[in-house]
Design a protein around this ligand. Structure first.
Ligand code: CA
Ligand code: CA
Length: 97
């Protein structure tokens, strides 16, 4: 069996990680329209350390753009966060700067 004592801590860490990622992407909404364009996404992925940010942005939009408007907005952003977590990008406090 695992270590139940550690569970709350890891859950908290996962929540914090998602919050950092979400804040990170929100920061890259540079024209402030509440949506992430392909270009804004690419810049955000670049900052995350992606080796092919433009390509990654396209994949991300294909994966999470539910209303097919070509932008990430609303709860699509939460799906984007899940996608980024799955990809396993290194997420740490340096993204907050
Ligand atoms: Ca925008
Ligand atoms: Ca959309």
């Amino acid at each position: 069996m695992g270590h139940p004592k550690n569970l709350p801590e890891s859950v908290a860490a996962a929540v914090m990680k998602k919050k950092i990622i979400k804040d990170h992407f929100r920061k890259f909404d540079q024209n402030g329209d509440g949506k992430l364009s392909l270009r804004e996404l690419a810049m955000a992925f670049d900052r995350l350390g992606s080796t092919a940010p433009a390509l990654r942005a396209i994949f991300a939009i294909l994966k999470v753009d539910e209303n097919h408007d070509g932008y990430i907005s609303g709860h699509e952003l939460d799906k984007l966060v899940e996608y980024v977590v799955e990809r396993g990008y290194p997420v740490n406090d340096s993204l907050l700067n």
